[in-house]
Design a protein around this ligand. Structure first.
Ligand SMILES: [Zn+2]
Length: 410
C-alpha cells in the first residue's frame, strides 16, 4: 500500500475551499458559473501531472486519459465537483484534525455544534485518523471533492509510475450531480469507457450497484378567479384544492420521513401559487418499477378524486422519468461489481452492497450503456455542517481505485 495521506489531505482542503454549489433553478449547464473555477483548476492539474486528451466539454465536464500499459478494458472513474444546494456552501473553511483522539469535535464558527462518536458511531472507529471538517457555518463538500481528490491522487500516482501495469484509465469530473443533471447525453460516447465507477459513496466497504428508480411529477391546479367581493358561487380557490390533494395523500406512510430500507415514497418538494393557480412538485421513488408506477397511479388517483369534487377546476398531473435503478443493467453482467469487490478484499476491506436511497451519476450512465457502480470515499454526514471525512479512509479508496485497475489488466 502506498502512503497517499498528505496528498489527499492537501487536495481535499484545496478543492473544498473553492465554492461550487449547484442550483436546480438555473437553466444553464453547468447550473452555476462558480463550478468553472474548480473544473478549470482540475483541467490544469491534469495537464500538469501529464494526463492526455484533457478537455473541458461544452457541457462542463473535464475528461482525461491516463494511458494504459497493458491490454484490457478501458475503465472510467467519475466524481462530481458541485456541492449540495440543501445547505450553505459559500465560504467553506476546511480544517484538519490530526490524529483524532476519540472525543467530541467542536467547530470554531459555531460553538453550539458538536460532532460526537456517541451520536455518530462510525467516528469512533477512526481513532488516530486525520479528520477533515468545515468550520461550522457551511457543509464541507467532501461530497464529492473526496472523490475528486481520490481520483486525482490515483491518476498522479499512475502517471508518475509508468512501470505499474494497468489498462487505460479515463477520468471524468462532472458538474451538477446534486441536481440530477451531471450526465449529459454526450458523456457516454465522450468518456469511451467499457465500464466505470463513481467515487461518491460513504463508509469504507460500500460498493453500491442499486439505486432508486425515480420519477418527477408536476400537478397544476387551475381555479376560477374573481374579485372576492363578487365571488359568491363563482370563485374556485386553487389553493384549497391543492391543499386537499396534499391532505388526501398518505402521511404516515409512503413519505421520506416514514420510510427506509427498500420502501419508496411520494415526496412533495414544492408548493407555489395562489387562489387562481397552484403548482405542486413531487418526487416519486421506488427500487422497483411496478412500485414506482403504483406511486404515480396513486398520485393521479388523488388528483382525479379532488378534481371530481369541483368540475369547474382544472387539475393536471404530469409525470416524467428521472433515472432508473442501475441494478436492472448491472445484474445482467456483474463483472464491474465483482472486480471492485475482489479488489476491496485484496485490501482487507469487506465489501458491503446496500441499495442507495437516491441516485448517482452512475444511475444515468448505467442506463445509457456504461455500467457504473458507486464506490466508497469515507464521506459522512453529507449536505450539512457536521460533514466530515477521514483522510485514511480516502487513502483506502485510492488503493481500491489502483487495485481495480491492476485487476482489470488481468
Ligand atoms: Zn455526491
Amino acid at each position: 500500500m502506498s502512503d497517499f495521506n498528505s496528498e489527499l489531505e492537501t487536495r481535499l482542503v484545496r478543492y473544498a475551499a473553492i465554492d461550487s454549489q449547484s442550483d436546480a433553478d438555473s437553466p444553464s449547464a453547468p447550473s452555476t458559473a462558480i463550478q468553472h473555477a474548480l473544473l478549470d483548476l482540475l483541467k490544469s492539474e491534469l495537464e500538469e501531472i501529464g494526463a492526455q486528451d484533457v478537455v473541458k466539454t461544452d457541457y462542463g465536464t473535464v475528461i482525461a486519459t491516463i494511458p494504459g500499459t497493458v491490454p484490457g478494458p478501458t475503465v472510467g472513474f467519475l466524481a462530481h465537483v458541485d456541492t449540495a444546494p440543501q445547505f450553505n456552501a459559500t465560504g467553506v473553511k476546511p480544517r484538519v484534525i490530526k490524529g483524532y483522539n476519540g472525543g467530541a469535535i467542536t467547530f470554531p464558527d459555531d460553538p453550539e455544534l458538536t460532532l460526537t462518536p456517541e451520536e455518530f458511531p462510525y467516528l469512533a472507529e477512526k481513532l488516530g485518523h486525520d479528520i477533515v471538517t468545515a468550520s461550522g457555518l457551511t457543509l464541507l463538500g467532501a461530497d464529492d471533492k473526496a472523490g475528486v481528490a481520490i481520483i486525482m491522487t490515483a491518476a498522479r500516482h499512475l502517471l508518475q509510475n509508468p512501470d505499474i501495469p494497468r489498462p487505460t484509465m479515463r477520468v471524468a469530473f462532472t458538474p451538477d450531480e446534486e441536481i440530477g443533471r451531471g450526465v449529459d447525453a454526450r458523456l457516454p460516447a465522450d468518456l469511451g469507457a467499457d465500464f466505470a465507477y463513481t467515487f461518491d459513496g460513504g463508509a469504507v466497504g460500500e460498493i453500491e450497484y442499486e439505486s432508486f428508480s425515480a420519477d418527477g411529477a408536476v400537478v397544476m391546479v387551475k381555479g376560477v378567479s374573481i374579485h372576492p367581493g363578487l365571488a359568491k358561487d363563482k370563485l374556485v380557490n386553487a389553493a384549497h384544492l391543492a391543499s386537499k390533494i396534499v391532505m388526501t395523500l398518505p402521511h404516515v406512510t409512503l413519505t421520506p420521513e416514514t420510510t427506509d430500507d427498500r420502501d419508496g415514497f411520494i415526496h412533495l418538494t414544492d408548493m407555489n401559487g395562489g387562489s387562481s393557480e397552484m403548482r405542486l412538485k413531487f418526487i416519486l421513488r421506488d427500487f422497483e418499477l411496478d412500485g414506482l408506477e403504483a406511486k404515480g397511479a396513486l398520485l393521479r388517483q388523488v388528483c382525479d378524486a379532488v378534481a371530481a369534487t369541483e368540475p369547474r377546476a382544472e387539475i393536471t398531473c404530469t409525470i416524467t422519468s428521472q433515472y432508473r435503478n442501475m441494478r436492472y443493467w448491472l445484474e445482467t453482467d456483474m463483472t464491474p461489481v465483482d472486480l471492485a469487490r475482489n479488489a476491496a478484499r485484496e485490501l482487507g476491506v469487506e465489501p458491503v452492497s446496500v441499495p442507495i436511497r437516491g441516485g448517482t451519476d452512475g444511475s444515468r450512465l448505467t442506463e445509457m450503456g456504461v455500467p457504473c457502480p458507486n464506490l466508497f470515499t469515507g464521506m459522512q454526514n453529507i449536505h450539512g455542517p457536521l460533514e466530515w471525512v477521514s483522510v485514511q479512509d480516502m487513502a483506502l479508496a485510492t488503493d481500491l481505485c489502483l487495485s481495480i485497475l491492476r485487476r482489470a489488466g488481468g
